[in-house]
Design a protein around this ligand. Structure first.
Ligand SMILES: NC(=O)c1ccc[n+]([C@@H]2O[C@H](COP(=O)([O-])OP(=O)(O)OC[C@H]3O[C@@H](n4cnc5c(N)ncnc54)[C@H](OP(=O)(O)O)[C@@H]3O)[C@@H](O)[C@H]2O)c1
Length: 254
């Protein structure tokens, strides 16, 4: 069971899901190290409440400091599925920050940098990785994002490290831009619809970033999520409280 003696690396901490994950880990009094390519961005975001380490998952030699002494990794890095400025075409001296480099090779690099006694690698993947030929996933995969996510998943599974793979559908809910940490901590932490999770890759719909963050953090508290891959959407009426223990138990039994 995770405790506040453990240290958790959040790769992609400055992203939409990542910021929420950091806020939830801090709310549980857990120790967080944020991995970012831009220290000053992370410093202004996290207000000295987390340790910040610079690293780019395209480059294995930048990941040693980030993974040193880490017990858990939650990885929610990502880039756009279609060509955009975030692919960093401008720099001819480095590989584009595209899905193949980030979601595929980058995950391999992070897995290789993890210490062998890592207690869990939690990875935010995507719905559609096992049905890339079906609409709309065939369109989404036009530039290989689902191929790359599956490459990342395989690297994690084949590493032998304990893992949890979460496959959300199209992401909704903020933060769409950077909030300050206190705002995030005070933020209403539940989406509007109920959480639905299922083994494999058959769900379609929308998924709240808030619940992706909830699922990633809550999974660390339950052994029922070890070595599980599940897809996740929001649908139907939301109960007053989401019973993650029950959801994960049902998942394991299914
Ligand atoms: N958008 C969707 O509808 C959708 C659907 C299913 C799954 N997903 C997945 O859900 C996850 C979270 O999405 P989101 O909206 O929170 O993403 P986001 O806001 O775009 O955040 C992406 C994060 O990845 C980091 N990153 C990008 N390239 C990196 C690199 N080369 N090395 C290290 N870090 C890098 C960025 O950090 P820095 O810039 O600070 O380094 C940023 O923190 C992603 O894995 C995404 O693929 C998204």
């Amino acid at each position: 069971m995770i405790s506040n003696a453990d240290k958790i690396l959040v790769a992609g901490a400055t992203g939409g899901v990542g910021q929420l994950i950091v806020a939830k880990l801090l709310a549980k009094d857990l120790q967080v190290r944020a991995l970012t390519r831009d220290r000053s961005k992370a410093e202004s975001m996290f207000e000295q409440k987390v340790e910040i380490v610079e690293g780019d998952i395209r480059y294995p030699n930048t990941l040693t400091e980030g993974t040193d002494g880490i017990n858990y990794i939650i990885c929610c890095t990502g880039t756009t599925a279609f060509p955009s400025l975030r692919w960093d075409f401008a720099n001819l001296f480095q590989p584009a920050n595209n899905p193949e480099a980030v979601d595929g090779e980058g995950i391999k690099n992070l897995v290789n940098a993890a210490t062998q006694d890592l207690k869990r690698f939690v990875f935010i993947s995507s719905c559609g990785v096992l049905r890339k030929d079906e609409f709309p996933y065939s369109i989404l995969n036009a530039f290989g994002v689902l191929d790359a996510k599956l490459t990342g998943e395989k690297a994690i599974i084949e590493s032998g490290l304990p893992y949890t793979i979460i496959r959300p559908s199209r992401l909704i809910d903020g933060p769409y831009t950077s909030y300050d940490l206190n705002t995030l901590l005070r933020a209403k932490t539940d989406g509007k619809k109920a959480v639905e999770i299922e083994k494999g890759d058959r769900l379609n719909g929308e998924t709240s970033r808030i619940d992706v963050a909830n699922a990633a953090v809550e999974s660390l508290f339950y052994d029922t999520t070890v070595n599980q891959e599940f897809s996740m959407i929001n649908s139907g009426d939301r109960p007053n409280t989401t019973d993650w223990k029950q959801l994960f138990f049902d998942l394991q039994q299914s």
